[in-house]
Design a protein around this ligand. Structure first.
Ligand code: GA4
Length: 331
């Protein structure tokens, strides 16, 4: 439960499960780009299938995660506490948020992964290979999805050489070394507690999140204050994709960075792996010129990712931070 935040004690309603739009990445890109844009405007969430990430890369990563969380508590604690990276148990972030979850939060940079593997696994080489191969595959997938979004928004593929042209959106996350992207391994052990909140409500600060789970439900999204919609965990081979705050800013509020949370199950363990695609710390974030018009001028100020990240990490999980960067602060 996220404590000491009055927002979290208001009355709430849980509705029927939702089947998010499922985008087949093998289908016609001009069609899928339109469906992706529609999903980002309506739900801020969608799923992708036929995504091209090899099943073997996924299963190796998920096996490493399982092996890590199966270790005795004392061994896992040697990898922590998460500040904010490392192993965390129940304590989320640096400002007192609590949830029924244990996790490993890693910087998705191959060199840093190599160094940290020594403290995380008894077989650091195996761990390093599994993580770096997974990160490389999901980074490529995130770039592909961002390029489809750009196409759907009519932004064109302006960057890069004529052979390998990429969009301004994927251009922000292509740098492998100078990246601030993260990988989060979560384990939600089954609990018979009054509070079933594994990871309290929040939006993701980054550009795009790619999430996989072990088929056990728990993710809920909130499109309306106080109303929670459970997301069905199927199809199991899919990645669940969601818009982060930075993408909401860049699309001038057209794409929604939607509040979500993870609930725990009473009987089954839920495992999930989330890749948070972020720009470099000094990247400038502002509304894309094509999406600002005299009728709808830019809603947000210009800032660097580093400035935004600092604002996010010095606040509580559920606190709204986009308001701080609004052109007109109305609340
Ligand atoms: C939410 C999305 C990612 O899991 C995360 C989280 C981060 C953390 O767990 O350290 C934060 C949270 C997340 C947003 C507000 C701050 C920072 C916990 C918290 C209270 C890794 C991220 O980038 O932001």
């Amino acid at each position: 439960m996220v404590v000491a935040n009055p927002n979290h004690h208001r009355a709430e309603k849980i509705t029927e499960d939702i089947q998010l739009p499922v985008i087949d990445l093998l289908s016609d890109p001009s069609q899928s780009s339109k469906l992706i844009v529609k999903a980002c405007e309506q739900f801020g969430f969608f799923k992708v299938i036929n995504h091209g990430v090899p099943p073997e890369i996924i299963s190796r990563m998920e096996q490493e995660s399982l092996d890590f969380f199966s270790k005795p508590g004392s061994e896992k604690l040697r990898t922590g506490p998460a500040n904010p990276y490392g192993y965390g148990c129940k304590s989320i972030g640096l400002n007192g948020d609590i949830g029924e979850v244990e996790y490993l939060l890693l910087q998705a940079n191959p060199q840093i992964v190599s160094q940290n593997s020594l403290y995380i696994s008894g077989d650091p080489n195996k761990f390093r290979c599994a993580v770096n191969r997974y990160v490389e595959a999901v980074r490529k997938l995130a770039c592909e999805i961002l390029d489809l979004m750009a196409q759907g928004l009519g932004l064109g593929l302006g960057l890069g050489s004529p052979q390998v042209s990429t969009s301004v959106l994927s251009g922000l996350i292509r740098d492998v070394v100078n990246t601030d992207s993260l990988l989060r391994l979560n384990h939600y052990p089954p609990v018979e507690a009054a509070s079933k909140i594994g990871f309290g409500e929040h939006t993701d600060p980054q550009i795009l999140t790619l999430l996989r789970s072990n088929g056990v439900g728990g993710l809920q999204i909130s499109l309306e204050d106080g109303v929670w919609i459970p997301v069905s965990p199927h199809p199991v081979s899919a990645f669940c994709v969601n818009v982060g705050d930075v993408l909401q800013v860049m699309t001038n509020g057209r794409f929604l960075s939607v509040r979500h949370r993870a609930m725990v199950n009473s009987f089954e363990s839920r495992m999930s792996t989330a890749y948070f695609a972020a720009p470099s710390m000094d990247a400038t974030i502002c509304c894309l010129p094509e999406l600002a018009t005299p009728q709808k001028p830019s809603l947000y100020k210009t800032f660097t990712w580093g400035e935004y990240k600092k604002a996010a990490y010095t606040r509580r999980l559920g606190d709204s931070r986009l308001n701080l960067f609004k052109m007109k602060q109305d609340d």
